[in-house]
Each structure stands twice: as structure tokens, then as C-alpha cells.
Design a binder for this molecule. Sequence first.
Ligand code: G6P
Length: 483
Amino acid sequence: EPDDLYVDQAYDMVVVSNRLPVDYREAEDGSTEWRSSPGGLVTALEPIMRAADGAWVGWAGVADREFDPFERDGISIIPVPLSAAEIEDYYEGFSNDTLWPLYHDVIAPPSFHREWWEAYVRVNRRFAEAAARAAAEGAVVWVQDYQLQLVPKMLRESRPDLVIGFFNHIPFPAYGIYSQLPWRSQVIQGLLGADVIGFQRAADAGNFTRAVRRLHGYTTRGSVIEVPDEDGGVRHVVARHFPISIDAAGFEELARRPEVQERARQIREELGNPRTIMLGVDRLDYTKGIRHRLKAFGELLRDGRISVEDATLVQVASPSRERVETYRQLRDEIELTVGRLNGDHSTLGHQAIAYLHHGYPREEMVALYLAADVMLVTALRDGMNLVAKEYVACRFDGDGVLVLSEFTGASDELRQAVLVNPHDIEGLKDAMVEAVAMPKKERTRRMRALRKRVRDNDVANWSATFLKALTGSGAVAAGIPDT
Ligand code: G6P
């Protein structure tokens, strides 16, 4: 364990992700603070990093600021600076307006711009250099997500001693879609710099290995890819699925706290004690299927299959990527729809939709999960969807119904949810009605099975499985057939 945060090559474990676990915030009055950053990634990796005394390399969430490394909650934080132009081109541009829509099956059209790609290469190099500087001889470096796909190869070139893992938190698309990317070969080569490349679903890993075969013709045997190296030999790279999860016990512990349960009762009361509370919790993103959910709910009200006296929909939409045009448009559309539906259906005493464009602390989220009879996860495409798992983890009472899109990674595991195709609005409406009317016995039976699954594969299990595959990767690559 390093005693000095500024020592180079001091860390045996380094995580590299676009966002640090903390964002730097500056308030209008000039006061500043480091706050927990959005997204599932942070939640997933924080416990491991604390245990490993590791270093975390990432961006502080603001433009044109350089920060010295510092320690927070037992993790060494190593900020990487981004200029305002790089935020536009690398983060908002290539990451979130090229790769994000492309990897989510072009739900929104991806934009391809050569200057964005150039910024992506430049910024990936900066992250790779910062990681190379922090990592001790032979260290494990674990690179996270689509923003940093070139880092594994860059790291391998400068530091062949390192053990390099990569985990893709979002889907990896089928070749017919992936092949649109003008830089498709460079991205594959970037990823193949890793020893182990992890995906959420078996289908994602399959899409990746197929792309490797189509573009480079390398031999693949199950999850093992044979990558030719400079001296005529081959290096074995493992590409397989490691479905991410949550700190299930931590969520349950919060849910069991009397004050959180009291807050759940208070939420129900404030909503006018409707018989059924339905809940949606998402970053405000076009992949989440919020429009489809609102459409289905609106039609159920219109058709009289549910009424505002009986049911309320609480929709938490946390602000996200607000400078990207597609996200601005989505916000306008959703807020227009919510306004219309409330205008058409709410009464003075009963609101149809309680719409909240905020992020909330975890305690409040847990209280909402406890207050919700029906949880609606209707994503059109989602790498995993941790909200589904959080809901299940909180329901120690064995009650509550999860309506879950087949297009989430979570649906591979959470088979006892009410599974839906969100594009099928009639099917979605029927599923919502089924969830509202589900007999207690069946709710309990399903929730018990879901809870077992989430407890058995929690985030500690996820990271341990990945790191085991990574540190044993030579042997794994030689021995493992398919998974
Ligand atoms: C998803 C991505 C993460 C990302 C998070 C929040 O979960 O997989 O890499 O950090 O969304 O998005 P943002 O763009 O605000 O970091």
C-alpha cells in the first residue's frame, strides 16, 4: 500500500473509467464539493476498490481543471483533465452520439465525425498514460466501458508487464450494425489489447467474437480468441459474459431500516394512498423506453382499464447528457407527454403521473422501491439494468412485481419477472394490468426466485469472477472451452 499518493507505479490494482466515482461540483455561491457520480458503474466497483487499496483513474466531470491525486473513502483518486473541446468531441460526441446509439442498436441515429474520432484517440491515450504511470510492475489494470475501448492496446504497447482487463457495460451490437462504424477495425484492435474482455450477456460476447472473425479472420475457440503477436506467435484473449450486479445485502440493509420504511409509508400517503403505485426509475435516456411506458399507461387510463383513483405512476427521470441534442429532444417529448396525460386524466385529488426530473440519494430510492407495487423496466436496449436488481434486493417483504423488458441484460437472469417486449404496446398494457392484479401468492413465489438470483450473483461475485478469469487468464485461455 503506498503511503504517498504522488508516487508513480505504486498500485497493484488500477481501475480506469471515464467518470471517477466522484464528480467535482461548483455551486453558484462559489462553494465546491466532490459528489458521488451518476450511473451503475461506481456502485459496482467501489467496494472492490476499497478492499484492494487501488487507484481509480478517471475524469472529474468538469472542463479545463487539473486536480492533484487525492484519497477518498480508502480509494486513491487520480483525475484526468479534459478540455471543453474534448468534452464536446470525445464525451458528448464520439462516446455519447456515436458509440452509445450504435451499440444500442441504433434506436437513435449515430453521428460519425472524423474530428470526434481523433479526439477519442487522443483522450484514450491520455487515460492510458495516466494508468501506465499509476500501475506497479505486473499490476492488474481494469478498464471500463465504451468510452475507453482503445486503452487496452495502448497500455499493452507501453506496459507489456501489466495484466489488462476490459469490461463493456453496455451491449455489443450484431455485426450488421457494428460494421457501420468507420473505425470498426481500430476499436476491435484496441479491445484485443486486453487479456480478458467482459460483456454483460452471452449474446454480446458472441457479437464481439463474430466481429473479430469477420474483420480480422482470427481463430476463435468458444470464448478464446487467438490474436497473432509480432513474433509470429499467438496471444490468447478471453471474451465472455460476466453479468454485473449490485450490493444486494447493502440495499436490503437500507430497506430494513425503520426510517426508510417510514419514508415509504409517507410517500404512499403523499400520493393519496392509491391502491397501486407503479414506478419507473431511469436516467433520462432514449434507450430506457420511457415513452413506450407512458404511452401504455396513458392508454390504460383512456380505456378505463385503470383509474387515477386506483393507480399512480411515479416516474423518476434523472438528468443525463443534457448538452447532447437527442437527449434534449427526448426530455421535451417526455415532458410534453406527461403534461398532456396529467391534463387529461388527473383530478385535484389524484395525479396520474408524478414526474421527477432529479437524481435522489440512495435512501430515498430505496423508500420508493418499497412503496412501489409494480416496478416498470421497459428499456428498448440496456446492457444490464441495475434498477431491476435494486428493486428486487429491496423487497425483503417478498412482495412487489417486476415488469421487465426482454431487451435488458437483466432479463437473462431474472426469468421470473413479468417479461415484456416494450415495442408491443398491447402486450405491455396487458402485462401492466396482469402485474396490478397478480394474486399475492404468485407475487411471493416470483419474488422469492428473483431474490435468490440477485443474492447469489451480487456485485462481489461479479468482480471476483472477472478478476479470477483475469489473473488466471493464461491458464483459462489454454483450458476453457465454451461458457
Ligand atoms: C451508463 C454507462 C456508464 C456511464 C453512465 C452515466 O451506465 O454504462 O459508463 O457512466 O451511464 O452516464 P454519463 O455519461 O453521465 O457518465
